[in-house]
Write a protein that binds this ligand. Structure first.
Ligand code: C5P
Length: 247
């Protein structure tokens, strides 16, 4: 590596004891609060992404934060360094536990994001969206497939001092072996029988956990279920059963 990573922030970042993070992809504060309350007994974190943030704004985010669970603010920032740093400073009062940017923004952007991010917030970089397969990637000019691209972008994120990456479970094991304190956030989680929908690199909860995922992001298998609370409970139980030191 040409340059050593910048000093990592030293503020305490308590571990996310329960790795189940439920994606509240809804467009109203009432719907977010209702779903959040339904899944809260079984979730370790709640995720608010672009749909919720665009529709409900920072006040909506603050309302969901009031439920008391750690918040993953999935805003996938991707712009020039100055703009991304400004956006992170604007989001800082919401005190998310986890915040993300796109690794493809490049080293200067990642470094600026790191510098702007509050030390208690884990800053992770999206590598290759779980909705993309190798053919989709090739259509964007990236040949060689998802695995090497994820590895490349994860190395970049780490070199810029980020806390981890977002990737599919299929890539985690290879990354975790030489990034032991990295946080690996894995979407595209599908319990057995759940439809993949627009996700392409999918895995089951136990499989993702075994691969080394630190945060399992689950949306529609819970939020589109007839009983979201029961669906969250079932996935939490599968995760607990798969954890070596569950409880
Ligand atoms: O409904 P589903 O379980 O597919 O939801 C996955 C969630 O994770 C969505 O909110 C999506 O925006 C998010 N996500 C993703 N892939 C990434 C990063 C985030 O699917 N690389």
């Amino acid at each position: 590596m040409a340059n050593p990573p910048p000093a990592r922030p030293t503020a305490a970042k308590p571990p996310l004891a329960n790795p189940l993070c439920v994606a509240l992809d809804v467009a109203s504060v009432d719907a977010g609060l209702a779903l959040g309350r339904a899944v809260a007994p079984h979730a370790g974190a709640l995720k608010l992404g672009l749909e919720f943030v665009m529709a409900c704004g920072p006040q909506g985010v603050a309302a969901v934060a009031g439920l008391g669970l750690p918040l993953f603010l999935d805003v996938k920032l991707h712009d020039i360094p100055n703009t991304v740093a400004g956006a992170i400073r604007a989001l800082a009062p919401l005190a998310p536990a986890v915040l993300n940017v796109h690794a493809a923004g490049g080293p200067a952007m990642l470094t600026a994001a790191r510098a702007a991010c509050p030390p208690a917030t884990r800053l992770v970089a999206v590598t290759v969206l779980t909705s993309l397969d190798n053919a989709d990637l090739a259509a964007t000019g990236v040949s060689g497939g998802a695995a090497p691209q994820v590895r490349r972008l994860a190395g970049l994120a780490r070199a810029c001092g980020l806390d981890g990456v977002v990737c599919s479970a299929g890539e985690v094991a290879a990354l975790a072996s030489d990034w032991p304190d990295g946080l690996f956030v894995v979407p595209g989680i599908r319990p057995r029988g759940a439809p993949a929908r627009d996700q392409k690199r999918v895995t089951g909860p136990a499989e993702a956990l075994a691969a080394g995922a630190g945060l399992l992001v689950v949306g529609r298998p819970i939020t589109a279920a007839p009983d979201p609370s029961a669906a969250a409970r079932a996935i939490a139980a599968e995760i607990a059963a798969a954890r070596p030191q569950a409880g």
